[in-house]
Design a protein around this ligand. Sequence first.
Ligand code: ASP
Length: 582
Amino acid sequence: MHRTHTCGELTIADLGKEVVLSGWVQKSRDLGGMTFIDVRDRYGITQLVFNADDDAELRATARDLGREFVIKVTGTVIERTNKNPKMPTGDIEIKVSKLEVLNAAKLPPFLIEDETDGGDDLRMKYRYLDLRRNPVRNNLVLRHKMAQEIRKYLDSNNFIEVETPYLIKSTPEGARDFVVPSRMNPGEFYALPQSPQTFKQLLMVSGFDRYFQIVKCFRDEDLRADRQPEFTQIDCEMSFIEQEDILNLFEGLTRHMFKTVKGLDIAEFPRMSYDEAMRLYGSDKPDTRFGMQFVDITEIGKGKGFPVFDNADIVIGINAKSSASYTRKQLDELTDFVKRPQIGATGMIYMRHNEDGSLKSSVDKFFNEEELKKWSEAFQTEPGDLILILAGQNKDKVRKQLNELRLEMGNRLGLRDKNKFAPLWVVDFPLLEWDEETERYHAMHHPFTSPKPDDIAKLDTDPGAVRANAYDLVINGTEIGGGSIRIHDRELQSLMFKHLGFSPEEAQKQFGFLMDAFEFGAPPHGGIAFGFDRLVSIFAGLDTIRDVIAFPKNNSGRDVMIDAPSTIDEKQKEELSIKTTV
Ligand code: ASP
């Protein structure tokens, strides 16, 4: 027998019991003729004591144990003289009578402690050791709990979990595909799914009515903190529903998660149109944990002889409450921040509403006290406030720049509290988005999203103004999920492909299977997918999804532990009818 108990469960109630424990050596220390060893497993830590007076040989063996040795001990539960109230097992220790080394360990390359000395790269290379650390393991325990609650909720709402294939044909979610060569079909490739989108729609045609899957998706994109080449979605689809049904059901799921996993009651989620989100926050995923909404002063700013405003199509700003005391240096820092190439503003204008009531701007030359009063009114400033303004010609660009500045100020003012949760639905997205590079419209969500019926007529005349039956769930400035009511009619789907620049032949070749299916009785349907990794990372209060994935890739898409991707040998290439050019 390897153990009678785990390392996390013995307490004063177990005094006198003869027990067997197995686990890893966390640390050991000597005190006079005694050696104390902390033995650790997933459940906790228990202190072992070896006394030279009782058994000098056993104590000597114990002294030789190194960190992370795997051991098995037999002993008696005794009361500690020196109790540790911080540990569940802190009142007891095990007086060891027998010790067995199950596996010795090399000195680990970093400390297996909550606070470690290992850098990112080292911890990624030895991820299996990093996973021994409490904070990392706890993230995965949380992930597990969340997955269970999701299944419970969806099951109780009649959803059926169905697996869909990984070796498929391209799904258009807007990223590059990962492809897999087919040995049996030389020269042909599968694509890994960017999402199970077309399959879940086909399941609706099959009459499954309510489908879900916690599923891996693959997108070959540049990586960021919240992106991995393979990630997990909570993917869902429903038939005979309208947008409202989906929003209610998945708001319910999210609330259920907050309640069961974090013990939080979250109020009804506000809804905001895409237009409003862009106008007030410059982002379709606004962080609504704090206000600081955009104020448009284009009207009052223009025509006063200040060329920057006069030449601008939009002049907008934010009121950073209680920041009038910002020094010149801090303001310069903010100007440098918005001028960074990633943000691209040409400059920043500010106005202080000083504690003594006076108004002082960086453009006093052009705007007198009376004009500044108008600014103050527009921004509803109070003494102590600071207004930050950006201006420019391209409205979308300026809004995006101000969004960055708003988030930066939110960080600086400590308004983005990780323990506060502000979910909202963003609705009424545009159906199409103009792509400067290809000079074409692209589906903002994906090509299966239905236009709002009232807007279909505009598809030919003003495609950019057509709104979609699409919605996103946003929490704390992160897009957690998105979905839409789908097109379920062959004709409308063909029209959509036409507007996206597909020839009828191309559309048929790529998506004929779906359009064909629509001719065999397709129910009205719609769905949503949540980014599971992102949801877990928000619940865990983390900035990166990497920390909630057991074996993540680094920023170059590499798994440095197993060393993938890697080259394959010539014979394998030959079998696959593949030649490489590097
Ligand atoms: N397939 C979509 C996505 O991955 C989600 C959906 O429309 O249900 O974003």
